[in-house]
Write a protein that binds this ligand. Structure first.
Ligand SMILES: NC(=O)c1ccc[n+]([C@@H]2O[C@H](COP(=O)([O-])OP(=O)(O)OC[C@H]3O[C@@H](n4cnc5c(N)ncnc54)[C@H](OP(=O)(O)O)[C@@H]3O)[C@@H](O)[C@H]2O)c1
Length: 291
């Protein structure tokens, strides 16, 4: 099975490396060509357009920033639709608005391309060993054809039904990430305010029922001001904006999302966007220095 990969940012690059290590033939494209160098070194063919990726693949995985980027690589000049052929399946791993995702799937269908939604939980650190958690939605027959590939990429794969569904659930997942990062950051800030070593706060938290993977792992980097990105604060802000838009279109009121959106937007405005999303702690530190 020949696999195509469009978008070799932090997540796409790790997924691509794992597919090569697992023996798949891979053709990759990225708008900024330098970001394909590592995959090239590891045996990937590098294409000059999404069209060329589609022409050379049975299944194309897209992992780009947002819905606009997905539309550009799919439908614009030299996009995926221009390289279509019989039985092509597109799997979109980007985190995007579920309603946009549905529209994109419908447009692909006009070109006889089956498009699955395949957002994931977990970052490059787990993608490199095929340990992501995948949520999938779309045509079940196409899903069945791709299941072997998905089992290589992820250690759990959940099929959730019609197009759009997986992206809605993925947004609910990123809501957890948002609130956990904020709760940890405010807890650390409060502990520091009391002149207590935040390591103690983490040790106590991790002795309770309320501990999380984040409090057991990333939190120890956070208190050392280590914010090298595996998932940028800018991209989490993008996801909170998407959660906000999506909840509005569902007619829902999510008050904590509104507040979190304001905080993350201000952090990006103040220049924290390229840090890891847990860099929200650095923004809170700065905020409290001003007071
Ligand atoms: N990192 C994670 O832990 C993680 C986990 C789950 C889901 N995700 C989601 O996966 C997607 C990629 O995330 P990432 O962390 O890999 O982000 P990233 O490192 O910032 O990479 C973003 C990718 O999107 C491409 N892109 C952006 N705008 C584009 C456009 N208009 N046309 C074509 N390509 C465009 C970028 O190309 P250039 O290199 O040319 O800018 C790059 O390949 C996002 O939707 C993110 O929310 C990430």
């Amino acid at each position: 099975m020949k696999i195509g990969l469009i978008g070799t940012g932090m997540l796409g690059n790790a997924v691509g490396l794992h597919l090569l290590q697992s023996g798949y033939q891979l053709t990759a494209f990225n708008r900024t060509v330098e970001k394909t160098n590592e995959l090239k070194k590891n045996g990937a063919q590098i294409a000059s357009s999404p069209k060329e990726v589609a022409e050379n693949s049975d299944i194309v995985i897209t992992v780009v920033k947002d819905a606009n980027a997905v539309k550009q690589i799919s439908f614009e000049k030299d996009g995926i639709i221009h390289g279509t052929h019989k039985d092509l399946i597109v799997c979109d791993m980007s985190t995007i608005n579920p309603l946009e995702s549905k529209k994109i799937s419908d447009k692909f269908l006009q070109y006889n391309i089956s498009k699955l939604d395949t957002p994931v939980m977990g970052g490059p650190n787990v993608a490199i060993s095929g340990d992501l958690v995948m949520m999938a939605s779309g045509n079940k027959n196409s899903f069945d054809k791709c299941k072997g590939l998905f089992d290589t990429i992820a250690n759990r794969v959940f099929f959730l039904g019609e197009n759009g569904t997986a992206h809605a659930v993925k947004l609910a997942m990123n809501l957890q990430i948002t609130m956990l990062a904020l709760a940890l950051s405010e807890g650390i800030t409060l502990t520091r305010g009391a002149n207590v070593d935040p390591k103690i706060f983490l040790e106590i938290l991790n002795s309770t029922y309320f501990k999380t993977g984040m409090s057991e792992n990333k939190a120890f980097k956070m208190i050392q001001d280590k914010f090298d990105a595996t998932f940028t604060l800018e991209n989490l802000k993008k996801d909170i904006n998407t959660i906000s838009e999506t909840s509005k279109s569902f007619g829902l009121e999510l008050p904590m999302t509104k507040k979190a959106e304001e905080i993350y937007e201000n952090a990006v405005k103040e220049g924290y966007g390229n840090l890891d999303y847990t860099g929200i702690l650095a923004y809170l530190k700065k905020l409290n220095e001003k007071n």
